[in-house]
Write a protein that binds this ligand. Sequence first.
Ligand SMILES: C[S@@+](CC[C@H](N)C(=O)[O-])C[C@H]1O[C@@H](n2cnc3c(N)ncnc32)[C@H](O)[C@@H]1O
Length: 162
Amino acid sequence: MDDWIDYYDSTHTIYASRRHRDLHFEVIARDIIGYINSPDTVVLDYACGEALSAAKVAGACAMLILAEPAPGVRGRLIARFAPNTKIRVRSLDDLRNMQERSIDLVVMNSVVQYMTAEELDAALAVIKRLLKPTGRLVLGDILRPEIGMPTDVYALLRFAAL
Ligand SMILES: C[S@@+](CC[C@H](N)C(=O)[O-])C[C@H]1O[C@@H](n2cnc3c(N)ncnc32)[C@H](O)[C@@H]1O
C-alpha cells in the first residue's frame, strides 16, 4: 500500500530519538553481516529505509544493493552513499531489470507487514529471479497483527536497556 511508503517518506516519529534511530540501524547492519559468509557476497537490502550503517555491511561484502520504494528516502541514500563504490541504490521497480541469479543474500527486515498479499507475492517472485541457486532470503521483524502498543513499548524499553 502506498500509504506506508508515503509514511516512511515523511518526517515520521517512529524512532524515540536520534540515538534510538542510529542504534536501530547499527544493530541491523551487525545482524546482516552475521549472514554474510564470504567477502564475495552480493547483498540486496529490500526496502532498506535510511540504512544509516550500510557502509559497515558494504565493508563486509562485495556489493550491497539498497532498494527502497520511498523516493525521498532513496534520494538521501543516493546522496549519503555516492562516494561508496560498493553501494548501489535502486527503486523496487529497478530490481525487475537486474540480472537474474546475481544475488547471494536478500534481506527484508520489517517490511512484510506493510505489504498486501499481492505485493508480497510479486516481491517474492522478483527476489526468486534475482537469487543465485545457492542464495538465501532472510525475513526479519515481521509483526503479528495482534501485537499492540504495550508489547511495542516493552520492546522499546528492552532495546533501551541493552
Ligand atoms: C519499518 S521500515 C524498515 C526499513 C529497514 N528495512 C529497517 O529494518 O530499518 C519499512 C520499510 O518498508 C517500506 N515499505 C512500506 N510499504 C511498502 C510496500 N508496500 N512495499 C515495499 N516496501 C514498503 C518503507 O518504504 C520502509 O523502507
